[in-house]
Design a protein around this ligand. Structure first.
Ligand SMILES: *[C@@H]1O[C@H](CO)[C@@H](O)[C@H](O)[C@H]1NC(C)=O
Ligand SMILES: *[C@@H]1O[C@H](CO)[C@@H](O)[C@H](O)[C@H]1NC(C)=O
Ligand SMILES: *[C@@H]1O[C@H](CO)[C@@H](O)[C@H](O)[C@H]1NC(C)=O
Length: 617
């Protein structure tokens, strides 16, 4: 979405482009005109009946005036009503995203996964797809030999396949490559996978026919989704097995999911929308690419963005609860080591804790104490959270290129009328980025767990042990901290990079692979652990504040505390802990903590003459 668009709020909420809004208004007008017309008829009929009754009871003149008035009311009422109604209906009906293979970003891909939009290809994209398709059709007509089009695959690249066997060749390819194992990707993730594959095909370098792409779009629009087992890709001829499963369902084989039927045989689910024949002769164009690791990466990086900036707020809350000092966040300190993430995080901390703009009774109460420096998990938040921020930004930049890249093989260059066999399917880029992402964001959890330990440990916090009264009878946050420790430990294993591994496949033709599928799956798990560990810290920090009452913290941090208290009660005696953790986790997933603090952080930035924080990424 373009930042210069005139009604950014409209696009942000509904993701519409200007032309979509125009189309929408046009349709609304037509619909509302006809609606008002029928409403006018109905209303005047109703009022005629009313009038008839009045006529029996009262004089003739009065009702004549009454009739004119009620006519006006009827007309204006129906016009207003139908206009509002049809605008609403159209806004909902026109929620689609245009794909052209060049402009998809991670946030929109996640929205597509949630099923918020349908997909439409742009006019230009359709043109490019058709041109590339013509090249392939000419090749087949002229009997030229092209890898994957009329040869075997991988090691069988030198086996020429006769024309009358080409359909079978491509169907065999999809069937034999559907060799994945394990549980299927969730509905949301399969939707992302399908959307991303459509985006890449829309770029017009695959040689797949427009019919095929339209059938995929149709399946997407109808939420008819194939069964895609999550394991079984080495990530170097792209994600062969997952993409083959994606295609298999669209061919009417294997299993598929639809909103009406749930999981069922693909023939039952899919064939109301798709004809199987149109997929054949282009199997290879559908399965050679990095879309599984990249679509999972999009989810991982978007969730990482959300949790990273909320981690700064939660850390500030812990710092207050532990009565730490804000000296280490002074801008002079960071100006002499100006990594962008470090500068940004320090600024965020100042904007939450600055004593001039947001006085805190808690920090006033210990201003005269002799503490000069805190432990590292408090003092070094800008440095450690900062590099997490910059890692996320780096990964996002790799992904924004990858999501809009032609990663097939062979690539069809319509303008030169030829195909070239290359290596764009190799997943090393997303695989490495995903390994960095896991390593980068894991540190947020690692720091968080240590701060939770400081909060629950009475010798470090000078608060009741495990943050509960009547310790012994109550255990308070004892085991919640253990959970955080367990998650952090599990993530340490998961942070072992998978992209440093490689095993030779396809009889030594594909002799170096990326292992990006595993990199993606475990990066997602690490991000989820980070969210959960921070949810536990959030609860502990809020509980710690209860023991410092009646003293109050800064306005933004009190707002965060208030927010948490809308879903989780203070811990006055023991109860089941996991629903609380889940509730706090949901707050973080929905970025509520960020939303409630952001306006106050903006006030501080405003004072410094800085731009407000971005509304959304
Ligand atoms: C994808 O392309 C590579 C490179 O040519 C090839 O080795 C591999 O076999 C292709 N995948 C399939 C399924 O043929
Ligand atoms: C998908 O949905 C969009 C928007 O609702 C529509 O414009 C498009 O034609 C649909 N595509 C197919 C192939 O059904
Ligand atoms: C990281 O910091 C930069 C400022 O240098 C900021 O613009 C960006 O939004 C931050 N990234 C994330 C993911 O929060």
């Amino acid at each position: 979405m373009n930042e210069n668009d005139p009604f950014p709020w409209l696009y942000k909420e509904l993701s519409l482009s200007l032309s979509q809004v125009a189309t929408c208004l046009y349709h609304s007008l037509i619909v509302s005109l006809s609606l008002s017309f029928s409403l006018i008829v109905v209303l005047s009929l109703l009022m005629d009946v009313q009038e008839h009754n009045d006529f029996i009871n009262a004089g003739k003149e009065e009702t004549a005036i009454g009739k004119r008035q009620s006519d006006y009311i009827a007309v204006s009422l129906s016009v207003c009503l139908s206009l509002t109604l049809s605008v609403c209906v159209c806004l909902v009906a026109f929620q689609y995203l245009s794909l052209d293979g060049n402009s998809l970003n991670t946030a929109d891909l996640v929205r597509l996964g949630k099923g918020l939009f349908n997909i439409k290809l742009t006019y230009e994209a359709e043109g490019k797809v058709n041109e590339a398709r013509e090249v392939i059709e000419t090749i087949i007509k002229e009997n030229r030999v092209v890898y994957g089009v009329n040869t075997g695959f991988g090691k069988f690249a030198h086996t020429l396949i006769p024309k009358d066997k080409l359909m079978e060749l491509q169907a065999n390819l999809i069937r034999s490559h559907s060799a994945g194992v394990g549980p299927p990707l969730s509905v949301e993730r399969t939707r992302m996978l399908l959307a991303l594959r459509i985006n890449v095909l829309a770029k017009g370098y695959s040689g797949v026919s427009m019919e095929t792409i339209q059938a995929m779009v149709k399946a997407f629009n109808a939420s008819c989704l194939s069964w895609v087992p999550e394991k079984g890709t080495v990530g170097a001829s792209g994600d062969l097995a997952p993409l083959a499963h994606l295609t298999l369902g669209l061919m009417g084989e294997g299993r598929m999911w639809s909103p009406q039927r749930g999981w069922d045989h693909a023939k039952t689910v899919g064939l109301t929308t798709i004809k199987d024949k149109c997929f054949i002769v282009q199997g290879i164009g559908l399965i050679n690419g990095t879309q599984m690791m990249s679509s999972l990466a999009a989810e991982a990086v978007e969730r990482a963005v959300g949790v990273a900036r909320q981690a700064d707020i939660i850390a500030a809350l812990s710092l207050e609860a532990l009565r730490g000092t804000t000296k280490a966040f002074h801008s002079d300190v960071h100006a002499v080591r100006p990594h962008p993430g470090q500068i940004e995080v320090a600024l965020r901390l100042r904007s939450l804790l600055h004593s001039d703009i947001f006085p805190s009774q808690i920090s006033d109460s210990h201003r005269t104490c002799d503490r000069v420096q805190d432990a590292y998990t408090l003092r070094c938040i800008p440095q450690v959270h900062g590099v997490a921020n910059d890692t996320i930004a780096f990964v996002k930049s790799i992904l924004s290129t990858e999501l809009n890249s032609a990663t097939d093989n062979p690539l069809v260059f319509a303008e030169r009328g030829e195909t070239i066999s290359g290596g764009n399917f190799h997943g090393e880029y997303p695989a490495k980025a995903l390994d960095y992402l896991a390593i980068g964001v894991h540190e947020l959890a690692s720091m968080s767990e240590r701060r939770t330990e400081r909060l629950v440990n009475p010798s470090l916090s000078e608060l009741p042990a495990f943050l509960v009264q009547d310790g012994g009878l109550n255990s308070g946050f004892m085991i919640a901290h253990c959970t955080a420790a367990a998650l952090v430990s599990e993530s340490k294993t998961l942070c072992h990079p998978s992209s440093v591994d490689s095993l030779s496949t396809s009889a030594a033709t594909e002799d170096h692979v990326s292992m990006g599928g595993w990199a993606a799956r475990k990066a997602l798990r690490v991000v989820e652990h980070v969210e959960q560990v921070l949810a536990i810290e959030l609860l502990a920090a809020c509980q710690a504040l209860e023991f410092l009452r009646p003293l109050k913290s800064t306005t933004p941090l009190e707002k965060v505390h208030e927010l948490v208290r809308t879903v989780v009660r203070p811990w006055d005696h023991d109860r089941q802990m996991s629903p609380d953790i889940e509730a706090a986790h949901t707050l973080l997933r929905e970025e509520k903590v960020w939303e409630v603090a952001r306006p106050y952080m903006d006030q501080y930035r405003d004072r410094l003459g800085l731009k407000p924080l971005p509304l959304d990424d």
